[in-house]
Design a protein around this ligand. Structure first.
Ligand SMILES: Cc1cc2nc3c(=O)[nH]c(=O)nc-3n(C[C@H](O)[C@H](O)[C@H](O)COP(=O)(O)OP(=O)(O)OC[C@H]3O[C@@H](n4cnc5c(N)ncnc54)[C@H](O)[C@@H]3O)c2cc1C
Length: 395
C-alpha cells in the first residue's frame, strides 16, 4: 500500500504541527503528518514553555519577537486558548556579564523588541522575596511569560486538520526511501510506504537516526535537562519568569503556584538516549538546586520538593536550530531546537512554509541562511556576538 502527499512531515510534535498548519495556512494542500506515537508525546510534553526574546543571535531574537503577537492572539488565529500567561520575563546578570547584557538589549531594541533595563528595586518589587543584591543588572520583557507547549502543539494540530491536513498517529517511520540521491518518501514500520515531493524531518532528538537512513549526518544530540518542582510553603504570587545568570538557573511559577526550577549551566552537558532515561532528577542535581534556591529565595516559608522530571534538549553544536534543505534533494530539516523551540514555534512554522513554497522568507529581521545545515562544515556556526560568561551557548 502506498500513500502520497505533496508535503510529508515526520514528527507530530510542536514543530511538525506548526509547520503543517503554516503550510496549510499558506494554501498548501496534500500535507500529511506522521507521528510514531501520539501527538506531542515527545519532548514537547516536557517543555517549560518560557517565552522570551532575550537572544544574542538577532535572527533568533527576531523569530521570538514575531511569535509574541501570535501567542497573544492565538485564540483568534488558531481558535484555541494556548494557556499563554504574560507574566513578564526578566534576566539578571552579575558584574562579569553586564556588558553582554547591555549589548544584547541594545541589539534587541534595534530590532523593535520591547525590552528595558530594570533596577534592583523594580526587580524586587516584581518578585517579592527574591535576593537581588548579587545581580549587577536586569533586562525585562513585559510581553514575555510562559505558555503550554502541549496545548500549543495540539492547537496547531487541530487548526491544521480544519485546513485539510491529514495527521496519522501510531505511524512510526522506519526509514527514508531514496531514488538515486533524491529522498522520495518513507517506509513505515508496518512495511507501507508514503511517497512525497517534500519530506520534512521534524523528529526532535530522533532526527539523526532517521536522516542517517538517507545517508545524511545530522549533528543533533539529546542533552539531559533536569527540572524540579518546589512548593514554597505557600502559593507563589504571579511573578515573572527569571533567568538567573548568577546562579545559572531559571525559575518560573507553575499554574498551581509551585515553583519550577531549571538549570542554565550547560558547561558540562550530559547526553542521554531519548528512548531510555531515568525520568527524575539525580541526587547531585537536587542538592545543587536546593543550594541555589536557598541563596536566591532565602525566605521561603516551608519549602519542599514536590517532584522532578527529565527531558532531552535536541542540541546542535552551536545550540541553534537547523532549518533548511538537507544535502539531498527532497529532504528538509527542522530540528536541533536546543531548548528554544517553544517560543519560536509560530515563526518556525512560517519560516519552513515560506522556504518550501517560495524558497525565501520575509519574516522581519530573520536571515534564513543563519539556520542552514552546512554552517558547521563551513566552520561558521551561529554564535551570539555577546555571549554570557558561564552560561554556555544556549543564549
Ligand atoms: C525540558 C525542556 C524544557 C524546555 N523548555 C523550553 C522553554 O522554556 N522555552 C522554549 O522555547 N523551548 C523549550 N524547550 C524546547 C521546546 O519545547 C522544543 O524545542 C519543542 O517542543 C520540540 O518540538 P519538536 O516537535 O521539534 O520535537 P518533539 O516534541 O520531540 O517531537 C518530535 C516527534 O517526532 C516523533 N517521532 C520520533 N521518531 C519518529 C518516527 N520514527 N516516526 C514518526 N514520528 C517520530 C516523536 O514521537 C515526537 O512526537 C524545552 C525542551 C525541553 C526538553
Amino acid at each position: 500500500m502506498t500513500d502520497t502527499a505533496e508535503f510529508l512531515i515526520i514528527g507530530g510534535g510542536l514543530e511538525g504541527l506548526a509547520i503543517a498548519w503554516s503550510l496549510a495556512e499558506r494554501g498548501a494542500t496534500e500535507v500529511l503528518v506522521l507521528e510514531r506515537a501520539t501527538l506531542c508525546s515527545g519532548m514537547t510534553g516536557k517543555s517549560s514553555g518560557v517565552v522570551r526574546c532575550h537572544y544574542g543571535a538577532p535572527s533568533l531574537a527576531a523569530m521570538s519577537w514575531w511569535s509574541v503577537p501570535f501567542f497573544e492572539n492565538a485564540a483568534e488565529i488558531l481558535g484555541d486558548d494556548l494557556g499563554f500567561r504574560q507574566c513578564g520575563y526578566a534576566v539578571g546578570v552579575g558584574a562579569d556579564n553586564l556588558d553582554p547584557l547591555l549589548a544584547n538589549v541594545a541589539m534587541q531594541q534595534a530590532l523593535g523588541i520591547e525590552v528595558e533595563l530594570l533596577g534592583h528595586d523594580e526587580m524586587a518589587t516584581l518578585w517579592p522575596g527574591l535576593r537581588v543584591d548579587d545581580f549587577a543588572g536586569f533586562a525585562y520583557e513585559p510581553r514575555g511569560g510562559r505558555g503550554e507547549a502541549y496545548l500549543t502543539g495540539m492547537a496547531f494540530g487541530a487548526a491544521a486538520r480544519r485546513r485539510g491536513v491529514r495527521i496519522r498517529q501510531q505511524s512510526p517511520v522506519l526509514e527514508l526511501i531514496s531514488k538515486g540521491d533524491n529522498v522520495i518518501g518513507v517506509r513505515l514500520a508496518d512495511g507501507t510506504e508514503v511517497h512525497a515531493a517534500n519530506v520534512v524531518l521534524a523528529a526532535g532528538p530522533w532526527t539523526p537516526g532517521l536522516a542517517a537512513t538517507a545517508g545524511v549526518e545530522v549533528d543533533v544530540k539529546a542533552q539531559r535537562a533536569q527540572l524540579l518542582l518546589i512548593d514554597q510553603g505557600e502559593p507563589l504570587p504571579p511573578v515573572p519568569v527569571l533567568s538567573d545568570l548568577v546562579s545559572l538557573q531559571y525559575l518560573c511559577r507553575e499554574p498551581n503556584g509551585e515553583l519550577l526550577a531549571g538549570n542554565s549551566d550547560h558547561a558540562v552537558p550530559e547526553y542521554i538516549d531519548p528512548d531510555d532515561f531515568v525520568n527524575r532528577a539525580d541526587d547531585s542535581t537536587v542538592e545543587k538546586v536546593v543550594g541555589r534556591l536557598e541563596r536566591r529565595l532565602p525566605d521561603m516559608p516551608d519549602p519542599r520538593i514536590t517532584g522532578s522530571y527529565v527531558g532531552a534538549y535536541d542540541v546542535t553544536p552551536d545550540y541553534n536550530p537547523i532549518i533548511g534543505p538537507a544535502p539531498v534533494p527532497g529532504l528538509f530539516l527542522a530540528t536541533g531546537f536546543s531548548g528554544h523551540g517553544f517560543k519560536i514555534s509560530p515563526a518556525v512554522g512560517r519560516l519552513v512554509a515560506d522556504l518550501l513554497l517560495d524558497g525565501r522568507t520575509d519574516l522581519p529581521n530573520v536571515e534564513a541562511a543563519d539556520f542552514r545545515y552546512t554552517r558547521f562544515a563551513e566552520g561558521r556556526p551561529l554564535i551570539s556576538p555577546h555571549p554570557y560568561l558561564g552560561a554556555g551557548e544556549m543564549r
